[in-house]
Write a protein that binds this ligand. Structure first.
Ligand code: BG6
Length: 475
């Protein structure tokens, strides 16, 4: 629907930006930090930059926060590396140096009037827990996660109001190497990844209840990879296939958190494939009554879907990339992901479809009616330094178009209270090293050469600065 009168962003809207620990910090084994699955995964990508130095944010966080302040950021969404706090994931005592790093970081943000939004765990699971007991596959993982979260609430609870327990749990269940699950047997791998997913649901529910006891004024919500699939045609079976993608990949997770139980369609999906995790009697009680305060959504693009008949010669196909539903991916009997001919794509096959964001936000309102913060939204591209500047016009276009649609969604009645595009500075992409850049701030380095790691403001930084200064009036 078009509007004649458009209301602006609410006063106090939190304009921010996002990063995660392993993608920017570096100092991967400094001051007692242990190895994470992200460290190991990145060093196996031989031609890509790894987590050892990354963007050296660990040593330059004050310089980075000064840039945030100059940009006008009101919030900053970042993650804590579990292996800085507990190097082995479950050590007898937390690592004081790790606690101090994040304490100083939070203080520096607050001094600069920037609200910290903290992801407790973003793709960087302690390797030691994988060796000790197969990580999330074991039920022991639940207590270790909750104990780690408790340590964070004790140390930072009085200073951090917004918490996100686990980033993109469903993506990790679809790409289980992110969880450190290394299993050759495909049937066993499927069992393990769904068992791990179930344990993460329980860990999040317990963490939400714990935060309510320890810091009643704090707010917590899951950080979800939110996919919006659109049907290829007007055939009802294609619409159904697109809805199945949305349900299986995104809404199942939000449904479980919101309703405190697995929805029937998801139970059927698991049971029909023989992927049903082991669930104990007590699990129903654990999941109940842990409704989040808000939804934190990572939304990048739409994708096309059509019905894929269940033929014997068809197998589940994916390309090993982190984005969970890529062109060509097939779930026999459910859907095939197809290219959308109506949209542009970035060089990695992610499309630009801003109206899809408005649709996605409307659906959240209809289904859950919870406040929403956008914790990721951004454009990955090769950026080239020309005369000391980065003219990232496509990223500026992407941001403008998505902010416009977010504004319309607010007019539609969706309660959105914060926007944190991905990413503040260039990060290590989860699968494509540093060549796939997202930042508002360029980091001068390549995959093979660490260089000086100079921070250079891109055109998108200057654009977003004006957006923030005008509270979204100048787009
Ligand atoms: C999200 C992750 O899935 O997408 C980020 O939370 C990631 O960590 C981002 O960087 C973009 O994906 P990629 O693979 O391009 O880095």
């Amino acid at each position: 629907m078009d509007y004649k009168n458009i209301e602006g962003f609410p006063q106090g809207f939190m304009w921010g930006a996002s990063t995660s620990a392993f993608q920017i910090e570096g100092a991967w084994d400094k001051d007692g930090k242990g190895e994470s699955t992200a460290d190991r995964r990145s060093s196996s990508h031989v031609h890509q930059a790894d987590t050892k130095i990354a963007m050296d944010h660990y040593h330059r966080y004050k310089e980075d926060i000064a840039l945030m302040r100059e940009l006008g950021m009101k919030s900053y969404r970042f993650s804590i590396a579990w292996t800085r706090i507990y190097p082995n994931g479950n050590d007898a005592k937390p690592n004081e140096a790790g606690l101090k790093f994040y304490s100083d970081l939070i203080d520096e943000l607050l001094r600069n009037n920037i609200e910290p939004i903290v992801t407790i765990y973003h793709f960087d699971y302690p390797e030691s827990l994988v060796s000790q007991y197969d990580g999330w596959v074991s039920r022991r993982s639940i207590d270790d996660f909750v104990r780690y979260a408790k340590t964070l609430f004790e140390h930072y609870g009085s200073r951090v109001k917004y918490w996100l327990p686990i980033n993109e749990q469903m993506v990790m269940a679809i790409q289980p190497d992110l969880l450190g699950i290394r299993e050759e047997n495909p049937e066993l791998l499927d069992k393990k990844r769904h068992q791990a997913n179930h344990h993460m649901f329980l860990a999040i529910a317990k963490t939400i209840k714990l935060l309510r006891e320890m810091v009643p004024s704090a707010k917590i919500g899951p950080a979800v990879s939110y996919i919006t699939a659109l049907p290829e045609s007007m055939k009802a079976e294609d619409t159904l296939a697109a809805e199945d993608v949305n349900n299986i990949v995104s809404f199942s997770l939000m449904d479980i958190h919101y309703h405190g139980e697995y929805p029937k369609y998801y139970l059927k999906y698991l049971a029909e494939r023989d992927w049903m995790p082991v669930m104990l009697d007590e699990d129903a009680e654990i999941l109940k009554g842990a409704r989040p305060d808000f939804l934190a959504v990572n939304w990048y693009c739409t994708m096309g879907a059509k019905y894929a008949p269940n033929r014997v010669d068809q197998k589940r196909v994916d390309d090993g990339n982190v984005q969970p539903a890529k062109t060509g991916m097939i779930e026999p009997g459910i859907y095939e992901i197809i290219k959308n001919p109506f949209t542009d794509y970035n060089p990695w096959g992610w499309n630009v479809d801003p109206v899809g964001l408005r649709l996605a936000l409307q659906r959240l309102k209809q289904r859950y009616n919870l406040p929403v913060m956008i914790t990721e939204n951004g454009y990955g591209d090769y950026d080239t330094l020309v005369d000391g500047k980065i003219h990232d016009d496509k990223r500026v276009h992407y941001l403008r178009a998505h902010i416009e649609q977010m504004k319309l969604a607010i007019n539609d009645g969706v309660e959105i209270f914060s926007y944190n595009p991905w990413s503040f500075i260039d990060v290590l992409s989860s699968s494509n090293g540093i060549e796939k850049r997202y930042g508002l701030v360029y980091i001068e380095r390549t995959d093979s050469d660490v260089m000086e790691l100079k921070r250079i403001k891109k055109d998108s930084y200057h654009y977003y600065q004006k957006v923030i200064a005008s509270n979204g009036e100048i787009l």
